[in-house]
Design a protein around this ligand. Structure first.
Ligand SMILES: [Zn+2]
Ligand SMILES: [Zn+2]
Length: 294
């Protein structure tokens, strides 16, 4: 009985752990599909509406841009998940332990500065930023570039999708700011269940809403992480107001994204070796938290 309940629990836990990534993938592909439909068919909500004739060349450029962004999102996400930022398999001995080293009782190992234990990944992570719940993986020294580039292309893709969906909002609001149009915009699920809109109108309204909400969330997240990157801080260091490893904005970009920081965001295949080993960091400021500064 005990083993049955523990098996059920671990199965439920596994499903819950993969749920955010499944949901995210579903939303990314649904949004891309909807925007491709808008570009190719150009008939958002009203079947009898005159179609805007787009020339094939424009359609092709739009489709290429969409699939370039989708490809970058998927590729960076896949490399982010595959690249382990933990200390597993990393040789931590050698030059001895200087200031900032600690001992992790869970991993039973000495760990370098900026490294901390993640209870979800069940390991210590080199230059740990945070645990990303959407991918079930920590953001650390080795996979930071893929995380940031994935976020950048999600932002670009959502911005593009919102611009493309302006027409959907205009069609919904064509009847004016009535309770029906406002409810369709804000709570399309309720309108679908109550039978006041067609499934087609619901799908367009739902995806357009998701794009706006997603863009707001991803914009805030991207802004925060670009700020951290330029300041040479991890999220943990930002909370404690410390910047002891900052190398100046350009130096921080190089340390976060690698030697080809100005180019590597275009494609995950562009090699951009990271300076350093994620174990030793040049200290440029006080290691003590600057509480008074904030
Ligand atoms: Zn640990
Ligand atoms: Zn983690």
């Amino acid at each position: 009985m005990a083993s049955f309940s523990s098996n059920t629990y671990s199965r439920v836990e596994r499903v819950c752990r993969h749920m955010p990534v499944v949901l995210n993938t579903f939303l990314v592909f649904s949004i891309t599909g909807e925007v491709s439909y808008l570009v190719l068919v150009e008939a958002p909500l009203e079947a009898d509406r005159t179609r805007t004739e787009w020339i094939s060349c424009w359609k092709l450029i739009h489709l290429l841009a969409q699939y370039f962004m989708l490809g970058n999102i998927c590729w960076n996400a896949s490399l982010f998940v595959k690249t382990s930022p933990t200390i597993k398999g990393v040789f931590l001995g050698g030059e001895g332990m200087a200031q900032g080293w600690r001992y992790c009782y869970t991993c039973e190992s000495h760990t370098p500065p900026r490294c901390s234990h993640c209870y979800d990944c069940r390991a210590c992570v080199l230059r740990r930023d945070h645990h990303c719940v959407f991918f079930g993986q920590c953001v650390g020294f080795l996979n930071y570039r893929y995380f940031l580039c994935c976020l950048l292309f999600m932002w670009a893709g959502l911005l593009y999708a919102v611009v493309m969906n302006v027409e959907v909002f205009m069609v919904i609001l064509k009847e004016g700011v009535t309770p029906h149009s406002v409810l369709l915009l804000l709570v399309p699920w309720i309108m679908l269940v109550s039978g006041q809109v067609s499934p087609r109108a619901f799908a367009f309204a739902f995806i357009a809403d998701t794009c706006v909400v997603g863009l707001l969330l991803v914009s805030a997240f991207l802004f925060f992480h670009v700020l951290l990157l330029l300041r040479g801080q991890t999220t943990r260091e930002w909370y404690s107001s410390r910047r002891p490893y900052s190398q100046g904005p350009f130096g921080n970009l190089r340390h976060g994204l690698g030697a080809r920081w100005f180019l590597c965001w275009l494609c995950p295949l562009i090699p951009s070796p990271l300076p350093g080993d994620g174990i030793h960091f040049q200290v440029t400021g006080s290691l003590e938290p600057a509480v008074a500064a904030r």
